[in-house]
Ligand binder design. Structure first.
Ligand SMILES: Cc1cc2nc3c(=O)[nH]c(=O)nc-3n(C[C@H](O)[C@H](O)[C@H](O)COP(=O)(O)OP(=O)(O)OC[C@H]3O[C@@H](n4cnc5c(N)ncnc54)[C@H](O)[C@@H]3O)c2cc1C
Length: 401
């Protein structure tokens, strides 16, 4: 089917990966984004946890872990294919520590049992040896009281060490943006906001994509990978989203320290809490959910709030620091050594609603994302960064038949 023209809407991790995978199969791909560069939005400004399912310890069905595992276990291989180099030196090298908050929606006994069950799912998976670390013998280790005291401050009641890893998303965004720009079969159409996608005659025929600045072109296939901007375009295409869903915009802190810091990657769970990611001793990610959640809504689209700069950014960093120091006092020394901090963030779209402090909220599950299709129009809910390259590959396979 080479020579067919495909429009990929949105140049985040999903759109860029789909565009590269399709171009390498011989399609002529036009990749459209409103930003001035590829991979400039949420896929650049997130934490990069390559989920094994532990974060969704409040999902008693374990459906989230089952849904996420196949793609996350293959992240490193697919990512390497996309950018042409491996990820060594740009992922966390130690196990993540999950610290259970006293207001967690899951109690320590349930958490221990879920983590044990998730570890078993991982061990049984045929691709367990292909993750960023070898997890074919994945186990959860509970922190002894002295270990817990060393990493945890107020309000923490238990701690678990799990073999999850994370990727430095800014490093990967630069490599992926370079790879998609260099791919001969991909034409980049940046600075263009997509406004609609509609069939010319029938959904199985050609589709017209329209955008601002008078953009309007016909394509054989359209892939909507617009993430936060996806639903309004689905509606123009004739795909009606099924409620409930929610959009959130979250800000976090990306810091670089002057000197190498001995510090773990630790996450306070399960609920509206926060975390610290230590990518390489000097590059850190910090978040505190109630401070960073700056917009949310259940409309078709959520307006992106302004990114704080100057004094506002300093005040934001101070609030995140204060909240994190309360539960992990050692984070103060990492903030103290920061030579630069950037406040940035992105959208989270989820098929679920409610609040993270409610154990019944649908936000504690992430097992219903993927591709919806209407003839030659495909709409991709990326769901998670960690499974995006895998989902992109499956979609390219499907389009190629
Ligand atoms: C703070 C935070 C932390 C996160 N941490 C993790 C994590 O640890 N692990 C994990 O797996 N996931 C995480 N996520 C989720 C993850 O970041 C997203 O699932 C993923 O990046 C989405 O990728 P994408 O390519 O679909 O979206 P994006 O990267 O947002 O790409 C969509 C593109 O579409 C463009 N666009 C949108 N609307 C239009 C329009 N109308 N016209 C033209 N262009 C448009 C945007 O400019 C953007 O470039 C996190 C998210 C946030 C916000």
């Amino acid at each position: 089917m080479s020579g067919r023209r495909i429009a990929v809407l949105g140049a985040g991790i999903m759109g860029s990966a789909v565009a590269i995978d399709l171009a390498r199969r011989g399609y002529e791909v036009t990749l459209i984004d409103r930003e001035a560069a590829p991979v400039a939005a949420t896929s650049r400004w997130n934490e990069g946890k390559i989920h094994l399912g532990y974060l969704y310890g409040a999902d008693p069905t374990l459906a989230t872990a089952r849904h996420i595992l196949p793609g996350s276990l293959l992240f490193a291989e697919h990512a390497r294919d996309l950018i042409g180099s491996d990820l060594d030196g740009h992922t966390t090298s130690d196990d993540d520590i999950y610290l259970l908050h006293r207001d967690s929606v899951v109690d320590p006994d349930a958490m221990r049992a879920r983590f044990t069950a998730i570890s078993e799912l991982i061990r049984e998976h045929p691709d367990a040896g292909r993750y960023l670390a070898d997890v074919s013998d994945a186990r959860v280790a509970e922190l002894a009281p002295a270990e817990l005291r060393a990493v945890a401050g107020a309000d923490i009641v238990a701690g678990f060490r799990v073999p999850e890893r994370s990727v430095d998303t800014r490093w990967f965004a630069d490599r992926l943006a370079g790879a998609v720009a260099a791919e001969p079969g991909v034409t980049l159409r940046l600075g263009t906001t997509v406004t609609s996608a509609q069939p010319r005659d029938s959904a199985d025929g050609r589709w017209r994509v329209r955008g601002d600045h008078g953009f309007g072109e016909d394509f054989d296939v359209v892939v909507n990978a617009l993430w936060g901007g996806r639903l309004p375009i689905d509606v123009t295409a004739g795909l009606t989203p099924e409620p409930p869903w929610s959009h959130r915009f979250r800000l976090c802190v990306f810091a670089r320290t002057r000197s190498a810091q001995e510090a773990p990657s630790a996450i306070v769970a399960v609920g509206p809490f926060g975390d610290v990611k230590n990518y390489n001793g000097r590059d850190f990610y910090f978040s505190w959910y109630p401070v960073g959640l700056v917009a949310e809504g259940d409309g078709l689209v959520l307006e992106a709030p302004p990114i704080p700069t100057g004094r506002d950014a300093e005040a934001f960093v101070a609030r995140v620091r204060s909240a994190l120091e309360h539960v992990m006092p050692w984070t103060g020394r990492v903030f103290e050594d920061a030579e630069s901090t950037i406040v940035h963030g992105g959208f989270v779209y989820a098929r679920g609603a409610g609040a993270l402090d409610d154990p019944r909220s649908g936000l504690h599950r992430r097992d219903r994302y993927g591709v919806a299709r209407l003839g030659n129009y495909y709409s991709v809910d990326t769901g998670k960064y960690s499974t995006a390259p895998w989902l992109a590959r499956s979609l390219a396979d499907e389009i190629a038949g």
